[in-house]
Design a binder for this molecule. Structure first.
Ligand code: ADP
Ligand code: ADP
Ligand code: ZN
Ligand code: ZN
Length: 832
């Protein structure tokens, strides 16, 4: 017998998957090389994620957990075990998905990337200390540690204080006239005035005319002299002993001690919260702030854009600048060199405009993922598979090449890089391509091709094939619409937009372009969505139907609001709808059926069945969100949280309703042979056939198919939907509305997650909105969309402080020849 059997533990350099049936996968068998960059392609819903994340990553993670913790097996039994017969050659895997930081987290760019640890070390070991000051350990450079926090504000950076202004609102009054408004009223106040007179101060001149020393003492002293007071005139019969309270002491005492709610509330009015004066709002202790590196204190260092930090670190990192035998200098140089290397990776990924102190809740999902990719590069892991979800999201075409270099570097350090990707620039440069399809949902789920990129050319079934090569045939030939009216904004200020003027043509499709960080979102999602709406008085700010308004500001992520000095032309806009990528709901209780409203029509149909009427079930009975028809064990969630020591909360299917969300009686009612839970399990395509008899539902379902979401299950919980899917659901919800026109639609990178074939579909729908006399403004990197717009506004020239200006505007053809625009060459190529 000469048959070769590899020894256990060896592999042939391939991950071999057999019998994969996760979601829509159809018994997939595929061999994928390790130590390579592998692109997974296919239209949305074809099954790329089900293969890369749902099968390969999930199985790797399952095996890993199984190997680390016995109790984790229980979790796995409840959680996700992929439907796959067998996978061999599978190393551990790390998923870097696009996810926003949790809104409440205090994490920052510095903590997420762990750069903050090195920065603290740099300040501790290599900082310039004031003469005679002792060296501090690196914990002292963190406001989040007991030794590092500012003692006055405990590291929060916020102080509640009283000031002369807050205590004395009108300094033209005398004390007798009540200048010190913070003092109590009635007889107590008169006593304080008597005491003040007795202490030798004039209570009859305007407060502001008192010497500063006197004013400060009266307002702020902690001294409490007790004096014998002979009352003025005959108010009090006998002399008495009175104790002095400065205004501050009185206010603080009242806030802290008073039993009376109204007294406390009154006292609070005289306090201001603002940056802590001791640490200037930074949260660092004063000793730490006294230490500098290249003249920057740690707070200043953290607030500096990464591009500029690199320039600061470059000379420090050069070992030639340390004196021979200078041990400390050598250590400093090596810390600085390490920091510099890591910062350069971030800058190469187009993130040089970020600063270390930027809170992660304010970052876009694309920015988050690129931070994680860069961090992985420095983690020192090798022999793992990194599974990435569209790493090019949010990236200008000019930055695609540096991204590839980072992926190459991950590979070079001995890892496999699997990317689900739509950007053909990135796909074309992969080592290997796995094309899934041909269609979405049941029409997909097969591996059409697995091999070197060039070989896809021979696969006639592949939808991706047509898009890999630049298409001369597809050069865009359309005549842009010409706007008759313009919306003009003057003096826009937010983030890096400083007193910017911008004008948008009405009744056409405009694209806003520019490198990451140039200010596109600030302009469109903030200045237009909020600044303009505020200016118009809020009434025209009007979101789509559904549970979470698509355009509400997330209070946790960003408190800064755009200001707009002057607006002209807004009388032609009746509504502003921002269709962003925020989830359509934060709990599994929302899904596309509830969000679009189509579920209302479905529930009514169930209530109209014979059995429901016999039993007296109304439409409410068929909601999983209220008591009555839902499963009371899981309260209609279908899942229960499984508490496990040391592990973050995990969900398992409800043992009573087995995930159906409803109680048995409710499930006995059927419409056309299906119960309500079975309808929620249908995908949109199937539901469109099944619910054809319910016009309101059918209309919703058709618009969902029009935007390419035919593959989504009606009941797929909102938190499981990608940002791009959430955005397209919002778009569909708008398209199904009665036509009104005069709406301003704002979209931020709507092509995220879309295959080039789906982009064509989306473009059709955006033009449809314009044809119905609306205005559409999209932030986009995808040149198919930019080329098909009527007008382009290009921001730049770079990110952060080096951006925020309008570099060029015009029709796509005009923009394509603009000498300063970084977008121009890519647009020119697309226009042919
Ligand atoms: P792609 O990554 O190619 O866009 P997916 O792998 O996400 O596609 O989806 C493939 C199919 O599986 C689609 O029909 C989708 O609706 C379905 N699907 C995806 N995730 C789930 C899920 N958690 N539960 C049920 N069906 C799902
Ligand atoms: P783009 O959409 O072109 O990528 P953004 O409008 O997101 O650009 O960012 C423009 C500038 O504003 C960048 O310097 C960015 O770091 C900064 N910025 C954006 N959002 C915030 C925020 N929430 N807090 C502080 N700075 C922000
Ligand atoms: Zn402080
Ligand atoms: Zn249940």
């Amino acid at each position: 017998n000469t048959e070769y059997t590899p020894a256990p533990g060896t592999h042939d350099g391939f991950v071999h998957v057999r019998g994969a049936n996760e979601n829509n996968l159809q018994d997939v068998e595929v061999r994928i090389p390790r130590d390579a960059i592998v692109a997974f392609t296919g239209v949305s819903g074809s099954g790329k994620s089900s293969l890369a994340f749902g099968t390969i990553f999930a199985e790797a993670q399952r095996r890993f957990l199984e190997s680390v913790a016995p109790y984790a097996r229980r979790l796995i039994a409840q959680g996700h075990t992929p439907k796959v017969e067998f996978i061999s050659g599978l190393p551990p895997a790390v998923a870097l998905q696009q996810r926003r930081g949790t809104a409440s987290s205090r994490s920052t760019v510095g903590t997420l990337t762990t750069l903050s640890n090195s920065v603290r070390m740099l300040f501790s070991r290599a900082g310039d200390y004031p003469a005679g000051a002792p060296r501090l350990d690196s914990d002292s450079f963190s406001p989040n540690t007991a030794v590092g926090a500012c003692p006055q504000c405990h590291g929060l950076g916020i102080a509640h204080t009283v000031t002369e202004d807050s205590l004395v609102p009108d300094p033209s009054l005398s004390i007798r006239e009540g200048a010190i408004a913070a003092w109590p009223g009635a007889w107590q106040g008169k006593n304080l005035r008597d005491i003040t007179t007795h202490l030798g101060h004039d209570v009859d001149v305007p407060f502001r005319q008192l010497p500063k020393k006197v004013r400060d003492w009266l307002l702020f002293t902690d001294e409490q002299p007790v004096v014998e007071v002979a009352p003025e005139r005959d108010r009090v019969a006998k002399p008495y002993k009175g104790r002095f309270w400065s205004a501050r002491r009185y206010v603080l005492h009242t806030v802290a001690e008073s039993k009376s709610e109204s007294m406390r509330a009154k006292a609070l009015r005289f306090m201001r919260s603002g940056p802590c004066p001791q640490c200037r709002g930074t949260g660092f202790r004063p000793e730490a702030l006294a230490v500098t590196v290249a003249s920057l204190d740690i707070a200043g260092f953290n607030a500096t854009a990464l591009d500029d930090l690199a320039a600061v670190l470059r000379p420090l990192a050069d070992p030639r600048n340390a004196a021979p035998g200078d041990l400390a200098g050598g250590v400093a140089a090596s810390i600085a060199a390490d920091l510099l290397g890591r910062i350069e990776v971030l800058a190469n990924l187009g993130l040089g405009y970020l600063s270390l102190d930027r809170g992660t809740p304010t970052l876009s999902p694309g920015e988050m993922q690129r931070l994680r990719i860069a961090t992985a590069l420095r983690s020192g892991l090798f022999g793992v598979i990194y599974v990435l979800d569209e790493p090019s999201a949010g990236l200008h075409p000019a930055d695609a090449r540096p991204l590839l270099e980072v992926l190459e570097a991950l590979k070079a350090s001995g890892n496999s890089v699997f990317v689900v990707e739509h950007n053909m620039e990135v796909v074309a440069r992969a080592d290997w391509l796995v094309d899934v399809g041909p269609g979405a949902g049941a029409g997909g789920g097969r591996v059409l091709y697995s091999g070197p990129v060039a070989g896809l050319e021979d696969v006639s079934e592949s939808v991706t094939r047509r898009f890999l090569e630049p298409r001369e045939d597809a050069a865009v030939v359309r005549t842009p619409r010409v706007a008759e009216h313009w919306l003009e904004l003057e003096g826009i200020s937010l983030h890096n937009l400083a007193d910017l003027d911008a004008r948008f043509p009405l009744g056409v499709l405009s694209a806003v372009t520019g490198v990451s960080g140039s200010g596109k979102s600030s302009l469109v999602s903030r200045a237009l969505a909020h600044g303009l709406a505020e200016k118009l008085g809020g009434s025209r700010r009007n979101g789509s139907a559904g549970t979470s308004g698509p355009d509400d500001v997330d209070p946790d992520t960003d408190t800064a609001l755009a200001t707009v000095r002057e607006v002209r032309g807004a009388q032609r806009i009746e509504r502003i709808v921002a269709m962003d990528q925020k989830p359509i709901g934060r709990t599994p209780r929302s899904n596309l059926a509830t969000y679009t409203g189509l579920f209302d029509a479905v529930r009514k149909a169930y209530a109209d069945t014979v059995l429901a009427r016999e039993r007296g079930y109304g439409a409410g009975r068929f909601s999983f969100n209220v008591a009555g028809g839902r499963c009371e064990t899981c309260l209609g969630e279908g899942y229960l949280e499984v508490e496990l020591l040391f592990l973050p909360g995990s969900y398992g299917p409800c043992p009573v309703c087995h995930g159906s969300r409803y109680n048995t009686e409710t499930l006995e009612v059927t419409y056309e042979g299906k119960n309500i839970a079975e309808v929620l399990a249908l995908d949109v395509d199937a539901a469109a056939g099944f619910l054809a008899g319910i016009p309101a539902a059918a209309r919703s379902l058709q618009t969902l198919r029009d935007v390419g979401l035919g593959y989504l299950a009606l009941g797929q919980p909102a938190p499981e939907l990608s940002g791009g899917e959430a955005q397209r659901i919002k778009l569909a919800t708008e398209l199904q509305r009665a036509r009104r026109g005069h709406t301003l639609y704002l979209l931020d990178e709507p092509t995220t997650g879309l295959h080039p074939a789906d982009v064509q579909l989306l473009l059709g729908q955006l033009h449809r909105l314009v044809e119905e006399k609306n205005t559409v403004v999209v932030v986009e990197h995808h040149m198919d969309v930019v080329a098909a717009a009527d007008w382009v506004i290009d921001l730049g020239p770079d990110g952060g402080d080096k951006g925020g200006k309008i570099v060029a505007t015009g029709t796509p053809r005009e923009l394509a020849v603009h000498p300063e625009s970084r977008t121009a060459p890519y647009l020119a190529r697309r226009l042919g």
